[in-house]
Ligand binder design. Structure first.
Ligand SMILES: [Ca+2]
Length: 475
């Protein structure tokens, strides 16, 4: 009897000391860090050249999702999908300028869900693609001022070029971190953490960094962390064998910048400069994220704040002869996702295939808010408890008319016209050809595989796929 009383006493003391367990209804704060155009080019994802110590440290404290996929590889569409937990459809979530308030007005968005449940919601920087999209869902909605245009050049010559038609694809300025958008963003976010801590209600704070999006403008000290000899002209800068023309584009986003040729392959020296710039921008935002993570620790918020980081889609650094995103290759679809939740797994990798529509239900479950019925994703909380748990073996991503199903073994993409007739397709063996160099679609050995993947793709592309009443932003 005595030992039972002692046991109960110990349990009560442990519960008192630890607050309560996540499953007992605690409402954590949320810090959601969104990073524009960041592919998993990070130390914690196995890259040995890039310097990303702060994001690596975040991964050491939480769960890193090794096979995380965006649902659409372009900013506005990816974010509208992620923030409403809804899949792209045949005519929904297509462009970089997609708006959630126009294309899916009936869906509750993540920030509104938290606001409705008593949270203070704050958006700093680029969270939705458009500043005024679903702005009523935030108690405060703020973006830093940029210099002259959104591209935020700070070298006079570049500002002049920008104002007369377009600046260069990168800038090396010997300036303080806070001169550019993302340094200002970190300062504001830290100041908010101090204010929000003093409130007696939980907060949902989103910090949206704009680098490493083009142009690669970063303070010189981050460029100086690398030398050009760290980079080689892109390997595999060629079209995969037998890939259809629908898979490609002219890297138009990059070519819009001053000094980049309008057509033809990007030169080796430009390829090296661009990779250098992309890495400098990653180290720049990593340092800003480090300041915010340090503030979380210093303010004593670490034990009751979930920290999540995602990049809104992947990016091509010259692979397949492509730059930027806008395609159905793995380079463009795979994106980083890290979640640190108090009381859940720490320093673990999850090999599960996950997609960004899973983020809404995951944060909702972690904070005990309930998951709205409209959500098409699946909560990742079981993977935060056991990162190696067996999981659904597919994700589905869409870019324009290309619909991709990715499994642990394959990536299969179909392009269909407006009548839904098949135009072309591609199939890559991800066990033996993860770099997607050889399209096997016409290989008779893979006929059955192709048929099975097509069937699975159409069975799971979403109940609303053909829904007619969804509007596109440009209508
Ligand atoms: Ca983006």
């Amino acid at each position: 009897m005595k030992s039972i009383r002692l046991y109960i006493l110990i349990v009560l003391i442990v519960l008192l000391l630890s607050g309560c367990t996540p499953k007992q209804g605690k409402q954590f704060n949320v810090l959601m860090i969104a990073v524009d155009d960041l592919r998993p080019e990070l130390g914690c994802y196995g890259n040995t050249i890039v310097k990303s110590p702060n994001i690596d440290q975040l991964a050491n404290m939480g769960v890193l999702f090794e096979n995380s996929y965006c649902n659409s590889p372009v900013s506005g569409a990816s974010r509208a999908s992620l923030l409403t937990g809804s899949r792209p459809t045949k005519n929904r979530f297509i462009h970089y300028y997609t708006r959630a308030d126009i294309e899916i007005p009936e869906a509750i968005c993540l920030s509104q869900h938290f606001k409705n449940n008593g949270y203070t919601t704050v958006s700093n920087g680029k969270v939705f693609h458009h500043f005024d999209d679903r702005s009523e869902s935030w108690d405060e909605n703020w973006r830093p001022k940029t210099n002259a245009t959104w591209r935020d050049y700070h070298i006079d010559k570049n500002v002049s070029l920008e104002l007369s038609g377009g600046g260069p694809p990168f800038e090396i300025a010997d300036v303080h971190d806070t001169i550019y958008h993302d340094g200002k963003l970190a300062e504001k976010t830290i100041s908010d953490l101090k204010k929000l801590k003093a409130q007696n209600k939980p907060f949902f704070l989103a910090a949206g960094f704009v680098k490493p999006h083009l142009p690669f403008n970063a303070p010189k000290k981050y460029w100086d962390m690398y030398s050009s000899s760290d980079f080689k002209p892109t390997k595999r800068a060629f079209w995969p064998l037998n890939a259809p023309k629908e898979a490609f584009h002219n890297s138009g986003e990059l070519r819009a910048y001053h000094g980049v040729p309008e057509k033809d392959f990007i030169s080796d020296s430009t390829s090296v400069q661009l990779q250098h710039g992309y890495y400098a921008c990653i180290s720049y935002i990593d340092a800003q994220i480090g300041k915010i993570l340090e503030a979380i620790e210093d303010l004593g918020l670490a034990n009751n704040t979930i920290v999540m980081l995602w990049g809104d889609h992947g990016w091509n650094l010259g692979e397949h002869g492509l730059w930027c995103k806008h395609c159905n290759f793995n380079t463009s679809l795979k994106a980083p996702l890290i979640i640190k939740a108090p009381g859940y797994a720490e320093g673990k990798l999850s090999p599960a295939l996950t997609e960004f529509i899973d983020i809404f239900p995951t944060l909702s479950e972690l904070c005990n808010l309930g998951i709205p019925e409209s959500i098409e994703g699946k909560s990742l909380v079981p993977l935060l408890e056991n990162p190696e748990e067996e999981w659904t073996d597919y994700v589905i991503c869409k870019y324009h008319d290309g619909l991709t199903i990715k499994t642990s073994e394959y990536a299969y993409t179909e392009w269909r016209d407006y009548k839904d007739s098949l135009i072309s397709a591609m199939l890559f063996d991800h066990v033996n050809d993860i770099n997607e160099t050889n399209n096997l679609i016409n290989d008779s050995e893979f006929k059955k595989t192709r048929e099975n993947l097509s069937k699975k793709l159409h069975e799971n592309k979403g109940d609303n796929y053909y829904k007619k009443n969804a509007l596109t932003t440009n209508q």
